[in-house]
Write a protein of this length. Sequence first.
Lengths: 265, 265, 265, 265
Amino acid sequence: MSLIDVQALPDDRGVALDAVGVEGLRYPLLLGDGQGGKRDTAATMTMTVDLAADVKGAHLSRFVEVLHAWRDQLDASSMLLMADDLRQRMGSRRATVTASFVYFLERQAPATGATSFMDYPCAVTATIGPDCNVVQLRTEVAVTSVCPCSKAISDYGAHNQRGRVTIDVDLEDPGSDLWFDELINVAERCGSSPLYALLKRTDERYVTMAAYEHPVFVEDMARNVVTALRDDPRITRGTVQVVNDESIHNHAAFTRVSWPTQDGS
Amino acid sequence: MSLIDVQALPDDRGVALDAVGVEGLRYPLLLGDGQGGKRDTAATMTMTVDLAADVKGAHLSRFVEVLHAWRDQLDASSMLLMADDLRQRMGSRRATVTASFVYFLERQAPATGATSFMDYPCAVTATIGPDCNVVQLRTEVAVTSVCPCSKAISDYGAHNQRGRVTIDVDLEDPGSDLWFDELINVAERCGSSPLYALLKRTDERYVTMAAYEHPVFVEDMARNVVTALRDDPRITRGTVQVVNDESIHNHAAFTRVSWPTQDGS
Amino acid sequence: MSLIDVQALPDDRGVALDAVGVEGLRYPLLLGDGQGGKRDTAATMTMTVDLAADVKGAHLSRFVEVLHAWRDQLDASSMLLMADDLRQRMGSRRATVTASFVYFLERQAPATGATSFMDYPCAVTATIGPDCNVVQLRTEVAVTSVCPCSKAISDYGAHNQRGRVTIDVDLEDPGSDLWFDELINVAERCGSSPLYALLKRTDERYVTMAAYEHPVFVEDMARNVVTALRDDPRITRGTVQVVNDESIHNHAAFTRVSWPTQDGS
Amino acid sequence: MSLIDVQALPDDRGVALDAVGVEGLRYPLLLGDGQGGKRDTAATMTMTVDLAADVKGAHLSRFVEVLHAWRDQLDASSMLLMADDLRQRMGSRRATVTASFVYFLERQAPATGATSFMDYPCAVTATIGPDCNVVQLRTEVAVTSVCPCSKAISDYGAHNQRGRVTIDVDLEDPGSDLWFDELINVAERCGSSPLYALLKRTDERYVTMAAYEHPVFVEDMARNVVTALRDDPRITRGTVQVVNDESIHNHAAFTRVSWPTQDGS
């Protein structure tokens, strides 16, 4: 049976589209762990291409075919190859692929050394086009922050809370050895203390006092991340956001900064 | 034009349905404020009826017609009348209507008296049927809690965080004078400190120190709410849940308790 | 260093708590796949125990220790053993453990046989206590539904939409061979058509026409599930909910039914 | 009592911040309705300023004070005045304020004229700085779309679903008469049919058949919006996104386009 190809029909509205594709596609991937191993990962995918002004639509089933073909070998480098494969199969100039997932690291509690896992929402985005060819890493790290103002103005105590530090970086080279673990470590050092799934009583004492000794605003956390990463030659640009779920308010404190700045600093 | 009434067709599978209706319907309501006034409110509605085993379907457009007719006069009593109107129009034995919305109260900061609004997600549910005729109030109140263990075992500091106290109560009488304001006050007194949208520096000092002086676990918060409400003759039964976004973990502490207990205590 | 055990202190408010524990804990698990294999799974955990009226608090770190010890061997039977381990370690009468995760199944497109994965949010809950000892399975399955009314009253076309069928069942025996795959199949047969991640053009034609030939209301979908499962001896009780994201409204159609009914039917 | 001003302390890390402020602040506003009236609105606010490299922190309580002072008179023009007030109080170069809320319009069903309300998530953003002075409107409109491919290749039926059309525009003039109502109308005309909260049977027939006669891809919807708005002199730039919750898949189709294009078309 021959079925009409509606997507391939011409379009005369004269509107090229920046991005057409699929979003919210949950898929099981084998993701490289940055140390040569692979992990089963339940990822959420966004995949898009640009569409010329004179074509009615994109064939969305091809996005899933491309993903299915690459699904057991994804890392920063192969994400870019997958984006290029997608770009070619769609006859597009540009393609972008994002895989988002929860990444886990085993952590030791600071006093007892008790072992547990911490969870970090992460993402890899690969974009390929006539003017770009780039892999971006994103990681979101929960930390605790003690308020420097509250500590300084109070005779005892200090409000503190959970915050989320989100780091986005463009890799200078898709084959870079920069991976999530390193970015997560930077984020965890920028706050008053890292978080742990498991803390025994002596650990809780340790974390409480260590955090109290290192109060930070959202501004401090963002600046600490920028200071740690802005001179890293493996990173061409970055953005840090910090959202702090203030424990004395029902709203969040927020900050954002990108580098390099427009004047090159 | 005569159109077939598909919903009214018979069904032979022998399965009566506990609830059929609409969910996630956002609608502008005029909601009584418990003091004789009315407020414009953007509510999210759930409305259901039961369905007999021998009928194929419910006419869902009638749910919206009933809501539209009652929308400018809703309070605890009229929600029950609306549920009864729905029950009758649908030819059902039982109907349940829930309106969920954000409720605001003006608050004064504890030291400067500076004024701002706090937000409280609230809901009213009315159920009418052969064996019940009840209005329920729900309110969710954000508070701060200082951890008693962290304080006791540390030389200085104590981890604290934002928590959410959810109170559900069945009213003994739909015309009761119990309204959200009173439940919110109970919830705000159960934690280490209420939250405020606006705190100047002397207020922040006040809240920091007051919270440090009143450490509570989630267990304490739930018990404080039960102690305040379990003997209130306007309430026939209740449930309290507390979810604490622990600032030293990336997960929450949780507790739940209902009263009266099965042995009547 | 000897640190005070604040949780073990007495409490005199006379309020026993139904549930105390952790919520929203994301953890990497090895989950049995029902066929003897195991899968790496990013689960979200809720774990609670009851707390006697005369004890101030529960030691929440033990919940994570128990989970960490069992994390590489979870299935329906071992979830119950883990709940019992938790109950004993906490000195409680009752413990409940829920693991929620996305489950994937490989599917073939109906005409071309093209292969892709479908995603199904699933959960296992194990509860152990003096009066119960039960494992529950939950699965949430997205399907498409064509509206029988819209089809019957229109000369052409019929509105259709994505819906979510949620099935909860209590297993008669924790060692039962009933697993998610079977419940998912029941849910996918109850609607107008299953969904697929990948459909080529002849598949899309197949699904469009098959769905148009099998119109269903949310009421029909729920009844189809009940009819398929209510006589299954491996299931002691169940609940079905269907939420349909109506394509002609901005709200959902909803239904819910549990079995057995109170009169035993 | 004199309390130290920690935020005003110097900072030597040499990192200016692009944005510091509050996020997720729910507040009751009186919002202009574009026709000279005002509506009580439960808004969610984001408010930020930039922060110089040599200052430690921003005084976040001032954000709430500014909002509280302006809260009973907000429209496109006064949002910009509020942003300027914030900028001056903070001693910053740039300030951005966003108010997000649900906007309702009364709609008549297409055959019976039955009246109900439709809900539209909307937002106003005002930004003021040395190089900009702009008000942006955002509206998100749910519509239904019938798939042109599914219709063309099938003997009967066609899959359709709910989609969300998001339009962002920069106003040429903050005092412009362009308001949400007009953007919502454009979005509702771009799909296969508008949605309604209330449709009687003859309305459902009307909508089903009208939608079947006007099939559209996400690409078509985006292009229809661009065609309607790109020559409007009141708009200096715009972006359209369409997310379609495909009824035959468990993922969404997505498109995005901005105008004017870089080559000025």
